[in-house]
Write a protein that binds this ligand. Structure first.
Ligand code: KIV
Ligand code: NA
Length: 264
């Protein structure tokens, strides 16, 4: 079995082979997803919402992420493992480096941070120190109180142009992946075309280089809210493994997301 690496993900973008990603928080689900050939597993700070039952991701700590990363690592053989740096864990350079060290030591192969232009120095510093970076732009949930709710971003032309520029900036700073959340499909397409690094979308339309969903949303078992861009694959398959298999094949074929799961 060939392990997924940042180089193989980059090659997938080059050959227009869509990247299928899911969040995971424990060894059992990580193993189940890995056995279905998921490309990427993310230990997301969404665990604050789907595991802890909180309204947002802000209370998640670096130790929470490290704990779940160790569990996911043990269940994973093939997939590429990314872990979130949670709210305020990358506010200063020293903090960023020691927190990134914790989750790399826990078994992540890349860290994810939310932001654009302002993150550039942080990204360069991490990459220079051997920590690969995934940037997360669009609807960045750690800023939910700045946005005034979980809202689609980049709807206006000026904001969309700015997002394109900032995405190029984080790529130039050294980011090797981009997660793009809740933007109009046209902007998801544009950013994926402009960037040479793979863009993994969630609510960003069908033209990104890959898709990610929160596992609880994909199974339709989230405690609180089911976002519009998500799809319940368990209801149509009635089996956990079949649901994952169908999600992955729908991502690879481009059947997911349809316009019903996208923003125009
Ligand atoms: O925390 C998370 O699960 C995420 C994904 C939704 C991209 O950041
Ligand atoms: Na996250």
């Amino acid at each position: 079995m060939k392990k997924v690496t940042i180089s193989s993900l980059q090659a997938q973008k080059q050959s227009a082979e869509k990247i299928a990603a899911l969040t995971a928080y424990d060894a059992s689900f990580a193993k189940l997803f890995d056995e279905q050939n998921i490309d990427v597993l993310l230990i997301g700070d969404s665990l604050g919402m789907v595991l802890q039952g909180q309204d947002d991701t802000l209370a998640v700590t670096i130790d929470d992420i490290a704990y779940h990363t160790r569990a996911v690592r043990r269940g994973t053989q093939r997939a590429f493992v990314i872990a979130d740096l949670p709210f305020m864990s990358y506010a200063t350079p020293n903090q960023t480096y020691s927190n990134a060290a914790k989750i790399m030591a826990a078994g992540a192969s890349m860290v994810k941070l939310e932001g654009g232009q302002w993150l550039c120095e942080t990204i360069t510093g991490l990459v220079q120190r051997g920590v690969p970076v995934c940037a997360h732009m669009g609807l960045t949930p750690q800023s939910v109180h700045v946005f005034g709710g979980f809202k689609v971003q980049g709807r206006h032309q000026e904001k969309a142009e700015q997002m394109v520029e900032e995405a190029i900036a984080v790529q130039n700073a050294g980011a090797q992946l981009l997660v793009l959340e809740c933007v109009p499909s046209s902007l998801g397409k544009r950013i994926s075309e402009e960037l040479t690094i793979p863009v993994i979308g969630i609510g960003a339309g069908k033209d990104t280089d890959g898709q990610i969903l929160v596992m609880h949303d994909m199974f339709g078992i989230s405690a609180n809210y089911m976002p519009k861009f998500s799809k319940n694959y368990l209801v149509e398959t009635g089996d956990l493994r079949k649901a994952v298999k169908k999600y992955i094949s729908d991502v690879r074929s481009g059947a997911f997301p349809s316009t019903a799961h996208s923003f125009e």
